[in-house]
Design a binder for this molecule. Structure first.
Ligand code: OAD
Length: 251
C-alpha cells in the first residue's frame, strides 16, 4: 500500500499549510509494540480495562488498580517511538505551527521529541494526589510502593489519566477544540474515531475549513468525510509523506 500511494495532491495541500493539527490514537503506537485499545490483547489477568480504569474500581481496590497500571508502565517503559512518532516530532521544524492532540497516555510522542502536545486522556507517567490534586512525574518501573502515597500529605496517589465515566480536563479540551477549529490541515492518525469528545475534533476542523487527512489501517466512521483517507501503517505512511514533502519544491 505505502509504495503505491500517490501523495501529489496531499503534498500540494501541505505546502500551503501553516497551522497543522494532528490527532493521534492508539494506532500510532501499535508499531512500537503497544496493543491498541480495541485490539484483542487488552486483557490483564481476568480483568478488562473497563473494569479497572474506573473511579469505582479505584475506590474499592486501589492496590489492584495500581498493580494493573504498574504492569502497563512496565511494558510501555520498554517501548520506543517508531518512525511515525519521529516524523510527527520533526514536523515541528517543517511547518510554522504543529499542534499535537493525543488520546494516548504512553508518553511516546514526548520520547520522540514532540513538544507542543495536548494529552486529552492524561499520561501514565504522571501521578496525581487524590487530596491535593498535585501532579508529579514518576518513571519508576516497578513502583516502589503499591499503592503509591503522596509524599506531602500521605493520601493515595492515582494515575493522572482519564478513567471511564470521568470528564476530560476542560482546559485541554477547550484548547484542543480551538486548535482544531484554527488549523489548515488536520491529520487523524491511528484512532478508531469512536470515543468522544476526541472523535468530534476532526469535524470541528472540517467545518472550519481545514483539510482532513486520515491515516489508518482500516476504514473508520471518519473515512467518508476525510479529504484524504490513507490506508496503511502510520509508521510507513508518515515517513513516505515526509520524504515527498522534502523532495517536492514548493510551487
Ligand atoms: P482504538 O484501539 O480504538 O483504535 C486504534 C485504531 O488504530 C484502529 O482504528 C486501528 O485500525 C488503527 N491502527 C492500528 N494499528 C495501526 C497502525 N500501525 N497504523 C495506523 N493505524 C493503526 O484506539 P483509540 O482510537 O486511540 O480512552 O481509542 C480511543 C480511546 O478509547 C482511548 O484513548 C481510550 C479508549 O477508551 C481512555 O482510556 C479515556
Amino acid at each position: 500500500m505505502a509504495e503505491k500511494l500517490d501523495t501529489g495532491p496531499l503534498i500540494e495541500v501541505l505546502q500551503e499549510a501553516s497551522r497543522v493539527a494532528i490527532l493521534t490514537g492508539a494506532g500510532i503506537s501499535a508499531e512500537s509494540g503497544i496493543p491498541t485499545f480495541r485490539g484483542e490483547e487488552g486483557l490483564w489477568k481476568k480483568y478488562r480495562p473497563e473494569e479497572l480504569a474506573t473511579p469505582t474500581a479505584f475506590s474499592q481496590d486501589p492496590k489492584l488498580v495500581w498493580e494493573w497500571y504498574d504492569w502497563r508502565r512496565g511494558i510501555i517503559g520498554q517501548k520506543e517511538p517508531n518512525p511515525g512518532h519521529k516524523v510527527i516530532a520533526r514536523w515541528e521544524e517543517t511547518f510554522p505551527t504543529v499542534s499535537l492532540i493525543t488520546q494516548n497516555i504512553d508518553g511516546l510522542h514526548q520520547k520522540a521529541g514532540s513538544k507542543n502536545i495536548w494529552e486529552l486522556h492524561g499520561n501514565i507517567w504522571k501521578l496525581r494526589c487524590t487530596e491535593e490534586g498535585t501532579i508529579t512525574e514518576n518513571y519508576n518501573t516497578p513502583l516502589k510502593e503499591i499503592p503509591p502515597l503522596c509524599p506531602n500529605c500521605g493520601a493515595l496517589l492515582r494515575p493522572h489519566v482519564v478513567w471511564f465515566g470521568e470528564s476530560l480536563s476542560p482546559t485541554i479540551l477547550q484548547k484542543s477544540i480551538q486548535l482544531s477549529s484554527e488549523c489548515d490541515v488536520m491529520f487523524v492518525i491511528g484512532t478508531s474515531a469512536v470515543v468522544q469528545p476526541a472523535a468530534s475534533l476532526p469535524f470541528e476542523a472540517s467545518e472550519a475549513g481545514a483539510k482532513i487527512v486520515e491515516i489508518n489501517l482500516d476504514p473508520t466512521s471518519l473515512s467518508l468525510y476525510a479529504d484524504f483517507s490513507i490506508r496503511g501503517k502510520s509508521g510507513e505512511i508518515l515517513p513516505l509523506i515526509d520524504e515527498e514533502l522534502k523532495k517536492t519544491p514548493k510551487a
